[in-house]
Ligand binder design. Structure first.
Ligand code: FE2
Length: 431
């Protein structure tokens, strides 16, 4: 007898009427017409069953701290960094842990089961590092949490940052981070990229750097990151987060840069929600969109993964652990409105993010760990359009979150009694 059988599923690749068999925590068959007994059966009713959402760029040490000790009045990156500096001395282990665990509860409810979080290592106490290492262990049964040692105040600009970063890695933090555009000079920024990549190469670790997070067309740390990646043989193990300066760069220069990034197999991680709110702040009109060149990078063969970055913290007062809202914003900001492009941005919050994080066994395939979500939508575009309800969230073959389908009851003369917005597209209704 199967542990769990999901009937009548649509899959992100467009296949429909598929059944998914699960036993001992793994997918044992993914095919039409599975006729087997199961302890639990979910009828997906023609809805989309997708692998879990993944957020490859987040700050869990700051999340849910909105308003502590005050709000970001200007909304700028620099006031956010200053505000975080005011909050840091006030942090306690228990408070960081509690906020992170509450965020992880929300993430599970949203079908978000893998998160890469940067953790600021510039507090000499490394209190947030200890708290998030604790959280990583606690959530291990239901969330894959990777931690990045992030020198928020600058590797060279902060006198203790390098020591702290090495200590954090010794304590078990997974990945080497950086923030070259925040160092004092462009040269210091480039030197920090080199030093951090060397640390990663020596230790056999991955790199994920906040890189060129500005509107400065001359900020070119991604070029250094690509060159150092190749020099040190780190291809496929390095991510460049944000890359917003590329929006403002000269087109000829970008035509040379994109092949370098592709050659280095660097994963690009734009963060549409925060990039759209923080960039372009010095512009009058026209205002730059503040998002890197996503369609051009995809055309160049670069893996693009979308991150959320922030949720109710010094930089961003909104957010809901909802990766569908991230893809929704990306579609608008990049004008990637063709069906194949929208589907590609669904991939950017699922399979492409899994690739950026280097996750093994991801996807609804026979033999993989049985991690998936049942959405109240029939396909990836509809899921993004509706911000689809996560009907069931399944981890290791176990249902760990359920939400009732969103169906409104109407009281209108001569009109239907209910509205299920997932059935309102001008196409044949599922049934
Ligand atoms: Fe970030």
């Amino acid at each position: 007898m199967l542990d769990l059988l999901i009937k009548n599923a649509n899959l992100p690749d467009g296949s429909s009427r598929v059944d998914i068999a699960i036993s001992d925590g793994r997918f044992t068959a993914v095919e039409p017409g599975i006729d087997a007994e199961a302890k639990t059966i979910i009828d997906a009713t023609g809805h989309l069953v997708a692998p879990p959402f993944i957020d490859p760029h987040f700050h869990m040490d700051a999340t849910l701290s909105l308003g502590t000790p005050r709000l970001n009045r200007s909304g700028t990156l620099l006031e956010g960094i200053a505000l975080w500096g005011e909050l840091k001395p006030l942090l306690t282990h228990d408070a960081v842990r509690e906020r992170a665990l509450r965020y992880c509860d929300l993430a599970v409810a949203q079908g978000l089961l893998a998160i890469r979080s940067h953790v600021d290592i510039c507090d000499d106490r490394l209190l947030a590092v200890e708290a998030l290492l604790d959280v990583r262990e606690t959530v291990k049964p239901y969330i894959d949490l990777q931690l990045v040692a992030f020198p928020q105040d600058g590797l060279f600009r902060s006198s203790t940052a390098e020591d702290n970063l090495l200590r954090a890695l010794d304590m078990g933090v997974d990945i080497v981070g950086g923030i070259p555009h925040f160092e004092r000079t462009m040269q210091d920024g480039a030197r920090s990229v080199t030093r951090l990549c060397e640390i990663a190469a020596e230790r056999g670790l991955r790199v994920d750097m906040h890189c060129d997070e500005s509107d400065d067309p001359m900020s070119r740390h991604i070029e250094t990151l690509a060159a150092e990646t190749v020099r040190l043989g780190l291809q496929g193990r390095v991510a460049g987060s944000h890359l917003t300066s590329m929006h403002s760069m000269d087109n000829y220069y970008v035509s040379k840069l994109l092949p370098l990034i592709a050659e280095a197999q660097i994963h690009a991680i734009p963060n549409p929600l925060i990039n759209m709110t923080i960039q372009g702040r010095h512009d009058t009109y026209p205002k730059r969109r503040g998002l890197t060149r996503i369609p051009e990078m995809l055309d160049a063969g670069i893996n693009v993964a979308l991150g959320q970055d922030c949720c109710m913290d010094p930089w961003y007062s909104l957010g809901n652990a909802d990766m569908l809202s991230v893809a929704h914003m990306a579609i608008h900001a990049t004008q990637m409105t063709a069906p194949a492009q929208m589907t590609r941005l669904f991939d950017a919050i699922t399979v492409q993010s899994a690739s950026a994080m280097g996750l093994d066994g991801y996807g609804i395939h026979k033999g993989n760990p049985a991690n998936c979500i049942v959405l109240q939508a029939r396909d990836p575009i509809e899921a993004i359009r509706l911000g689809a309800t996560r009907r069931s969230v399944i981890r290791g073959g176990r249902i760990i979150s359920e939400t009732a389908p969103k169906i409104a009851r109407l009281s209108l003369p001569g009109r239907p009694e209910t509205v299920d917005s997932a059935l309102y597209a001008p196409m044949e209704a599922a049934g």
